[in-house]
Structures are given as C-alpha cells and as structure tokens.
Design a protein around this ligand. Structure first.
Ligand code: SAM
Length: 260
C-alpha cells in the first residue's frame, strides 16, 4: 500500500488502513494466503466461508465474517457522525471479536464518551428452556463446548488488540439475569447474537427501550435460525415496530429505530 497523502487526508487513510488490518486479524483472513506446498484450492474455499461468516474458526476472535463486520462499522460510524447518543452493546460475544471491533471503532474515531457492553454467559448457550421457550427445543446448542469461551479468555483477546480498558464493561451471566439490571443509560447500537428465541427476545425486552431514536438494532441470526426470526417478529408485532428490516447478508439484518 502506498501512502501519498498528507494532513487530514492522511488521518482518513490511516484510520481506514487500521480498521481493515484489524478486520483481517480478527477473522484471520489476513493469514489465509496461498503458498507453495499448501492446498490452495481448499484454502480458497475456506477463505470464502470465513469471509461470509459461515464457519466456526479455530483461532479467529469472531465468526461473523467480513460483511457483518462492515455492517457494525457502518452503524457505529453513522451514530458517531450524526451524534446519536448512547453506548454500544453486543449480547452473545463468543471470543469477543465483534465487540473488540466496536471498541476499536470508538478508538479510531476519537470517541471518548461511549462505553462498550460485552454480555455473555462466558460458558456457552443454556439448555433450551422447555417450559417458557418451547421454540428452542429443536435447536439445542448447549452441547457445543466450542461456544463456551471464558471471561478471562475474552478479556485476553481484548488485551491482545490494546482494547481492554475502563470503557469496556463485561456483563457475565445468562441474559435473563444480566441485561435488564445492567446500569446502561442508553444505547446507540444494540447487537444481538444469541441464536435462540429466548436469548433474542430477552435482549429485546431488556434493552430495546434504551436504544436511542435513530440508533441501530442488529440481529445476527435472523435468517440463520427461525427461532431467532420468530422472536424478532413477535417482539416487533407486540410493540408495533414497523421500521424497515434491512438484510445485511445471508443471516443477519438490522433496523434503525425511528421513535422511542
Ligand atoms: C454465535 S456466538 C456469538 C458470536 C460472536 N458475536 C462473534 O463475534 O463471533 C453466541 C454466543 O451467545 C452466548 N449466549 C447465547 N445465549 C445466551 C444467554 N441466554 N445468556 C448468555 N449468553 C448467551 C453464547 O455463550 C455464545 O458466546
């Protein structure tokens, strides 16, 4: 990459370069290069999966792929540019990559006021609650040990990128116990990535009222899990929300809140 700009333009170029580099690291796409002696065809396939957020990576800090990271970037840039008040929150962080990216965006844009809330059990998904959320019974993800990443590991991942500071607040526990009582004043970006009906509706019920007008609600799994879609559709119907749902990629959507 050649840098032949100066002054304010240089700042823009360096910021874009830093953010691209970070996405390449968080997804590990930066390191999936062709090389002599490697099975480059298999690698190309793996790269496509990774880029589009289809695989569960062995090492990368996020599984959401490039398009969804770009979507986070667009939402955060917009709320900063337009002065939409509130913090950023992800519920369902796994190894922390998407939330690390949120904190990095605040850093890159010199935002010194917003917090990043990082909510997870840090022990994977719960067994489906067959009494209250029968929708999830056919989608039991509680046995996937690879989805259980400890708080210490996630904090170490934030630290690896220089993003572990007092602007990052961790909410450890089941969403039903942590989200509603968290001392959050307002949110500019609410990102829900908890897969289940239960996890999605609990996020919306606890936090939707805190999303500022013109803030963003991102649902990672809307087209991935019908249970998640059902939770969103039920919540929107119950609360007469008709803001347009915009598709991000094969799995994810967002909408922009028009009123409080
Ligand atoms: C698919 S992963 C999230 C992926 C992540 N956003 C990324 O950037 O790669 C889902 C996460 O949601 C968490 N989770 C799901 N339901 C939960 C609940 N009800 N309470 C707490 N954590 C939950 C799991 O522990 C897991 O870390």
């Amino acid at each position: 990459m050649e840098i032949d700009v100066v002054g304010p333009e240089l700042e823009v170029t360096l910021r874009a370069g830093y953010l691209d580099l970070l996405k390449g690291c968080l997804t590990r796409l930066l390191f999936m290069n062709d090389a002599p002696g490697r099975d480059n065809e298999a690698l190309a396939e793996q790269r496509t999966l990774r880029e589009s957020g289809w695989d569960w990576p062995g090492e990368a800090e996020t599984m959401i792929g490039m398009v969804r990271l770009d979507n986070i970037q667009e939402c955060v840039e917009t709320v900063i540019r337009e002065g939409v008040p509130g913090d950023l929150l992800e519920a369902g962080v796994w190894r922390g990559g998407a939330a690390i990216y949120m904190r990095a965006l605040l850093f890159a844009f010199g935002d010194e006021s917003r917090l990043v809330w990082v909510a997870d059990s840090f022990e994977g998904l719960p067994p489906p609650d067959s009494t209250n959320f029968t929708q999830d019974v056919t989608n039991d993800l509680s046995g996937y040990k690879e989805l259980a990443v400890s708080l210490e590991e996630v904090q170490a991942n934030f630290d690896r990128y220089g993003m572990l500071d007092d602007r990052v607040h961790f909410l450890k526990g089941w969403f039903k116990d942590t989200l509603a009582v968290a001392p959050i004043e307002s949110l500019a970006v609410l990102r829900l990535d908890g897969d289940y009906y239960e996890s999605t509706i609990q996020g919306l019920e606890a936090l939707y009222d805190k999303v500022s007008p013109n803030g963003f609600v991102i649902i990672d799994d809307y087209f991935t899990f019908e249970q998640c879609r059902q939770a969103v559709d039920d919540f929107r119907a119950a609360n007469a929300i008709d803001d347009e749902i915009v598709q991000v990629d094969w799995g994810s959507v967002f909408w922009r809140k028009s009123k409080s």
